[in-house]
Design a protein around this ligand. Structure first.
Ligand code: PMP
Length: 408
């Protein structure tokens, strides 16, 4: 049997049509396939590999930690230096009120922990989220997901959850003194790149302050420089009460976190004691990797390169779209290196995605994807280390595929 056949038989499937590419190595912005194919990676594990695949400093840090210890004890009991150093560095780069880090093993668990923290701290039960938001796939996180399509098969979900429209000022009045927390992505990612507009986020912050509601911002996808500032909330003049991190947090290893003020966070330690616990949260190897990746992000000043790279992408994609008849021009939305190219429908997008997977005379194969709530949009969220040449090559291939698909 081939690996592909075993994958389809013995590895649980999440769709009826997995891509089934077998990747045997990844380096920087490139993936290498078992069949000898080379891909420019335009999605970096869905916003995980911000410093590129296998950055030497990340690999070095992992190796060093392997020589010290792997797992030694459930989270929260022992002083483990990779956790301590990482929590210290993260909080040094966050506003003063975000000073206590609860490490988890995934982004979904960060969402779960934050919702529990908000309920416990406020003694309230209602949780408010927004249409087209994604906060994870576990039951609690699914309860605040902004999509009936993904929720309906799994009801009943958490009670007392209300969904409002993102970017709608009027809806904010529905936040009241019985709302424990409002959870929002600072920039909605799976909606196909949807940033907050016209001071809506400021109005949300104000309404939360008026009602004593905790504001939870999910930067699991948009954090760590992806949008041109270290944290996306910096661009909108607000600071959350609880920040959710994941994906790039682990530098390619599984790691999540919810971060709050110590006086809020401390309620998880009594009544009941061990109010939120896990075995693998803040795994020492993951923290060592994440810490090294964060140092790379800072030392290589990658965040400062994002806007320029975004502009190069957008100008090349705009040129590519202008080669099509006006009615076929895709809409391009971008927030730093989180870019969506919106085609008329999923079928067109999928044809482009599939076409990009094979090298042609125009350039190498390109690996990309669509968005959960915007299946007509091509996802571009490469490692922040992507070079101008790689951007040019990838865009040449996208231009070629757009023309081909349009002519078909
Ligand atoms: N929030 C956002 C904004 C996400 O993009 C994701 C993952 N796509 C999650 C939460 C959940 O993270 P995980 O898949 O690590 O559970």
């Amino acid at each position: 049997m081939t690996n592909r056949e075993i994958f389809l038989r013995n590895v649980a499937q999440t769709s009826e049509a997995p891509l089934c590419l077998e990747i045997i190595r990844a380096e920087g912005c490139k993936l290498f396939g078992a069949d000898g194919s080379e891909y420019i990676d335009l999605i970096g594990g869905i916003s995980v590999c911000n410093v590129g695949h296998r950055h030497p400093r990340v690999i070095e840090a992992i190796k060093e930690q392997l020589d010290q210890y792997l797992h030694i004890m459930v989270y929260g009991e022992l002083v483990q230096s990779p956790q301590v150093k990482y929590a210290q560095l993260l909080t040094q780069h966050l506003p003063e009120n975000l000073n206590s880090v609860f490490f988890t093993a995934s982004g979904s668990e960060a969402t779960e922990g934050a919702m529990k923290l908000a309920k416990r701290y406020s003694n309230r039960t209602q949780i408010i989220s927004f249409k087209n938001s994604y906060h994870g796939s576990t039951q609690g996180a699914l309860s605040v997901m902004g999509s009936e399509y993904w929720q309906q098969a799994f009801r009943p979900l958490l009670p007392d959850v209300l969904q409002l429209k993102y970017n709608h000022l009027d809806d904010l009045q529905q936040i009241t003194e019985r709302t424990a927390c409002v959870i929002a992505e600072t920039i909605q990612a799976e909606a196909g790149v949807n940033p907050p507009k016209n001071d809506w986020l400021k109005a949300l912050r104000k309404r939360c302050d008026e009602t004593g509601t905790l504001l939870v911002l999910d930067e699991i996808q948009c954090g760590f420089g992806r949008n041109g500032t270290l944290w996306a909330f910096e661009q909108f003049g607000v600071v959350p009460d609880i920040l959710l991190l994941g994906k790039a947090l682990g530098g390619g290893m599984p790691l999540g976190a919810f971060i709050a003020d110590k006086k809020i966070m401390d309620v998880l330690s009594y009544d009941p004691v061990l109010g939120h616990i896990n075995t693998f949260g803040g795994h020492p190897v993951c923290c060592a990797a994440g810490l090294a990746a964060f140092h790379v992000l800072l030392d290589e000043q990658l965040v400062n390169t994002v806007k320029e790279k975004e502009q190069l992408f957008v100008s090349l994609l705009t040129q590519a779209s202008e080669a099509l008849p006006v009615a076929q021009h895709p809409v391009i939305r971008s927030c730093g290196l989180m870019i969506a190219v919106a085609f008329e429908n999923f079928e067109k997008n999928k044809q482009v995605i599939d076409g990009l997977l094979k090298a042609t005379a125009a350039g190498p194969a390109v690996f990309t994807d669509w968005f959960l709530f915007a299946a007509n949009c091509l996802r571009i969220a490469p490692p922040l280390t992507i070079s101008a040449d790689e951007i040019r090559l990838a865009c040449k291939r996208i231009a070629e595929q757009m023309l081909l698909v349009n002519a078909s």
